[in-house]
Ligand binder design. Structure first.
Ligand code: NAI
Length: 467
């Protein structure tokens, strides 16, 4: 069979935005190819992001629990030791299983994987250069850019991937660092800092802002900061990295509140944000416009300034989240098929997989105050919940912000055990435009952690039962 050179849709990038968009486009009857240069599908998220970090978070959590939490349950364990190599191999096998799964889905949906680097040559053609240097050009009615993002580098501390590391390197250390310095107390820094702290490293953060986790509701970020400090993690807030020496050790010097402090560590993880990965895609040649911060400019149907070229995910405005990219992948395919793609940006959950976890949907109290929106607050603590007591995870709370006039949910903020799973109920409630009373009147199974959400919703009307 001769190789196809013409497709209805060519997607550049097989991350959660690209591969999901490719599958949806194939379901809708398009002939689809997806260009991916990595040796496995799934992009940053499946290969070196969400999935491997969750595997390491799970393993390190268990290691920590066995040492520090089982005695409370009357379980005595002997000497606990760490086989880091095995832990990392397990993480790699999780990644292999999940990325092979995407390969299977491509075959099932008859999507052609064009292996190599994709470059837009014209409004309707894409060249693909394979790793052995061979270059072929393919035609497409529609091109979808789903090229993702890359870590931001500090110009005076470029990644050497040994001592100055990025998030990918921090999933693969060959031994537990004695002291890990982390620049940036955002989601990546806190998740990976948690992994290595649980595995025995001393961890020190350097953070520019007065709060961790950027725009998160400040009641959550302040509480979480205290809990991290209780876990033994050190924070230099309102401080920025000024210089790094890397002879054998890392010596970090700061400006701001930590000015004059010299922090000596084994490695320094730079986790100060990510930027759209758009270099080398040939987009400037065809006149695709971009915004100042590097995002590709798109309309509400994800069309760039060249209408046959669409863009989704981390390459365009909005939160850099895998599930946001997935929804945009589905929506763009549906628009191309003449359907009504839909992404509700008001109802996108945001999750931080630390311990406890943080999960939020909607606006923070600071957002509402700055917009002058009148709201009522309901709050309930996990320590008053039977299941949380039984599990032994009582830190945290659920806070619900509801419109003062209509009672409609405006923001739900969870800090607590399994917040990542609990938030699904809230996202559905947001999608349906629910009020706090709708949530309060829904029957929640007993005993479950989810009852904390119900009680917080009842508390909006000051009628929580267990407080
Ligand atoms: P981030 O934007 O979440 O946090 C970066 C932090 O670095 C901020 O607190 C910022 O104030 C600080 N910072 C910036 N420059 C600094 C400097 N020079 N010195 C000290 N502090 C500095 O970025 P992060 O953690 O790198 O994550 C990147 C993206 O990846 C995020 O948009 C995030 O949404 C996504 N992501 C999401 C995950 C999840 O949903 N669980 C997991 C991992 C990443």
């Amino acid at each position: 069979m001769s190789e196809l050179t013409k497709f209805d849709v060519i997607v550049i990038g097989a991350g959660p935005g690209g591969y999901v968009g490719a599958i949806r486009a194939a379901q809708l009857g398009f002939s689809v190819a997806c260009v991916e240069d990595r040796t496995s599908l799934g992009g940053t998220c499946l290969n070196v992001g969400c999935i491997p970090s969750k595997a390491m978070l799970e393993s390190s959590h268990r290691y920590h629990q066995v040492q520090h939490e089982l005695a409370d349950h009357g379980i005595e364990v002997g000497k606990v030791s760490l086989d880091l190599k095995k832990m990392i191999n397990r993480k790699n096998s999780v990644v292999t299983a999940i990325t092979k799964g995407v390969e299977f889905l491509f075959k099932k949906n008859k999507i052609t994987w064009l292996r190599g680097w994709g470059k837009v040559e014209s409004a309707h053609s894409v060249s693909v250069q394979s790793r052995n240097g061979e270059k072929k050009t393919y035609e497409a009615k529609h091109i979808i850019i789903a090229s993702g993002s890359v870590p931001i580098e500090l110009p005076f501390a470029p990644f050497d991937h040994k001592l100055i590391v990025d998030s990918t390197d921090a999933l693969e250390f060959s031994r537990v660092p004695e002291h890990l310095i982390v620049v940036g107390a955002g989601v990546i820094g806190l998740e990976l800092g948690s992994v290595w702290s649980r595995l025995g490293a001393r961890v020190t953060f350097i953070e520019a802002l007065p709060n961790i986790l950027g725009n998160t509701d400040s009641e959550l970020s302040t509480t979480m900061l205290r809990l991290f400090q209780k876990q033994g993690i050190t924070f230099h807030m309102e401080s920025m990295l000024k210089s790094v020496d890397t002879k054998n050790k890392v010596i970090a010097r700061c400006t701001g509140k930590a000015e004059g402090t010299e922090i000596v560590g084994d490695k320094i993880l730079i986790a100060i944000g990510r930027k759209p990965a758009i270099l080398g895609l040939g987009l400037e040649n065809v006149g695709v416009k971009m915004e100042k911060n590097g995002w590709l400019t798109v309309d509400d149907r994800f069309r760039s300034s060249v209408p046959s070229i669409c863009a989704i995910g981390d390459a365009v405005r909005g939160p850099m989240l895998a599930h946001k990219a997935e929804e945009e992948g589905i929506a763009v395919a549906e628009f191309l098929a003449g359907k009504h793609g839909h992404v509700n940006y008001e109802a996108i959950p945001n999750v931080v997989y630390t311990w406890p976890e943080i999960a939020t949907v909607g606006q923070s109290e600071e957002d509402l105050k700055s917009k002058g929106i009148a709201y009522r607050t309901g709050k309930f603590n996990f320590k008053a919940n039977g299941r949380a007591r039984a599990v032994g995870a009582v830190d945290g709370f659920v806070k619900i912000l509801a419109d003062a006039q209509t009672d409609r949910l405006l923001g739900v903020h969870i800090l607590g055990p399994m917040a990542s799973e609990l938030i699904a109920e809230v996202a559905v409630a947001f999608e349906f435009g629910a009020s706090a009373e709708d949530v309060a009147r829904s029957v929640h199974a007993h005993p479950t952690l989810a009852e904390v959400i119900k009680e917080a919703a009842l508390d909006v009307d000051k009628r929580a039962i267990h407080s």
